[in-house]
Ligand binder design. Structure first.
Ligand code: G4F
Length: 339
C-alpha cells in the first residue's frame, strides 16, 4: 500500500458514510465521496449528514448502476482505500423493489471491483456486508464461520456482493474485506428503522403531536450497536497486512420491547399506554435471533463496542425532542411546548 491516503466512500451521505468521512478527515485523509449527479447540481440536495463537512470533502457524481460512471470516478480519484457503503439498507423490501436492490448491491459492487482491478489494483476495498447474510441461522451467536442462509433479497444480494469481493481477492489478488455488520444506530439513521422511528414517535407523543406509536413485533431480538464506533472498525479492517472478513457487533441481544421501554421511560411515559402493534410492521420470517460473536475482531484488531444501548436510545430520543422544540419555537416564538 502506498503512503498516499486517499479514500473514496460510496454512500457518503448516509449514516455510516458521514461518520466515516469525519473519522478519515480527522486522520488526515483526502476524502472523496460519490453522490447522485442531481445532488451535486443543487447545493440544497447535499445530504444533511455531511453538510457540516462538505467543504472539506471532494464530492463526485457517481451512479452505481452505470459502469462508465464508476470507471470515471475511480480513474479520477485513484483511491488508496475504497469504502463501499452505498445501496439500499432496509431489509423489509417489496417484490417491486427487488430488481433495484440486486442491481445496486450486486451490480454496483461488481462495477467498483472491476474498475479498481483495472485502474488502481493496490486500492484496498471495504464492503459493508450484513448479519442478514446469515439469515435463518440455527445457532446464536454467529461468527465468521457461520454458514450463510439469507432469508431476504437484501441478505441474498449482500451475500453475492461478498462473494464477488472474495472472488476478486482470490483470483485477482485485490485487497478486499467484508464486514458482517449487525444493526448500528445513531441520530443520523433513517426514520424507517426501528430505533429512529421509536425515538421520533416518543418525542412526538411527549410533545402532544401524536397519541399512539404503531410498531411491529415487540419480542423481536437484535444485536444493536452505536454507529460511530462501527466506522472505526471499518477503518481498522483496511489497515491490516492481510485482508480478512470480520463480524462487527456487540454480542448483546435486546428485544424491541426493551428499547421501547427505555425510550418511553426516558420521558416519564408508560409504553403500554402509547404503543399499539400494527400487523403492517410485523415481519413474517424472524424466527432466529441474530447476534454476533466478536471474538475475532476483538483479538485481531483490538476493537470492542463501548456505548451501552440504553444510552444510544436516550440520545436518539433527546435529539428528536430537541428537533421538535427547535422547529416549534421557530414557528411559535412566544409559546411553549406541552410539558
Ligand atoms: O430497524 P430495523 O428495520 O432493522 P433491520 O431490519 O434489523 O436491518 C438493519 O440491520 C441489518 C443488520 O443486522 C442491516 F443489514 C440492515 O441494512 C439494517 O441496517 O428492524 C429492527 C427490528 C426488526 O426485528 C424488526 O422486525 O425491529 C423490529 N421492528 C418492530 N417494529 C420494527 C418495527 N422495525 C421497523 N423498521 N419498524 C417497526 O415498526
Amino acid at each position: 500500500m502506498t503512503d498516499r491516503k486517499v479514500a473514496l466512500i460510496t454512500g457518503i451521505g448516509g449514516q455510516d458514510g458521514s461518520f466515516l468521512a469525519e473519522l478519515l478527515l480527522a486522520k488526515g485523509y483526502e476524502v472523496h465521496g460519490l453522490l447522485r449527479p442531481r445532488q451535486l447540481n443543487d447545493p440544497s440536495l447535499i445530504p444533511d449528514n455531511i453538510s457540516h463537512i462538505a467543504s472539506d470533502l471532494r464530492l463526485h457524481p457517481g451512479i452505481l448502476e452505470t459502469q462508465t460512471s464508476i470507471e470515471h470516478a475511480i480513474a479520477l480519484v485513484r483511491p488508496s482505500e475504497c469504502y463501499h457503503l452505498a445501496g439500499p439498507s432496509f431489509v423489509d423490501a417489496t417484490v417491486v423493489e427487488e430488481p433495484a436492490i440486486l442491481a445496486a448491491l450486486v451490480g454496483g459492487t461488481h462495477m467498483l471491483l472491476s474498475a479498481i482491478k483495472e485502474t488502481v489494483p493496490d486500492c484496498r476495498f471495504f464492503l459493508a456486508g450484513s448479519s442478514e447474510m446469515f439469515g435463518s441461522v440455527s445457532a446464536a451467536p454467529q461468527d465468521e464461520n457461520t454458514p450463510f442462509n439469507p432469508r431476504s433479497i437484501y441478505g441474498l444480494a449482500k451475500l453475492s456482493a461478498h462473494q464477488l469481493a472474495g472472488y476478486y481477492r482470490s483470483f485477482h489478488n485485490l485487497y478486499t474485506a467484508t464486514a458482517f455488520l449487525y444493526n448500528h444506530e445513531s441520530t443520523r439513521r433513517g426514520l424507517e428503522f426501528l430505533p429512529r422511528k421509536l425515538a421520533r414517535g416518543v418525542a412526538r407523543i411527549k410533545s402532544g403531536l401524536q397519541a399512539k406509536l404503531p410498531l411491529g413485533n415487540l419480542d423481536a431480538e437484535r444485536d444493536w450497536g452505536y454507529a460511530p464506533e462501527y466506522v472505526e472498525a471499518m477503518w481498522l479492517m483496511l489497515q491490516q497486512k492481510e485482508p480478512d472478513d470480520f463480524v462487527i457487533a456487540t454480542g448483546q441481544m435486546h428485544t424491541v420491547r426493551e428499547l421501547v421501554t427505555w425510550a418511553f421511560e426516558s420521558v416519564d411515559l408508560d409504553y403500554a399506554e402509547c404503543v399499539e402493534v400494527d400487523p403492517r410492521y410485523v415481519r413474517p420470517s424472524e424466527s432466529v435471533a441474530l447476534t454476533g460473536d466478536i471474538t475475532k475482531i476483538s483479538k485481531a484488531l483490538g476493537w470492542s463496542p463501548k456505548t451501552p444501548l440504553k444510552e444510544v436510545i436516550e440520545e436518539l430520543v433527546a435529539n428528536e425532542l430537541s428537533t421538535i422544540t427547535r422547529g416549534y419555537l421557530a414557528d411559535n416564538p412566544n409559546q411553549k411546548l406541552k410539558e
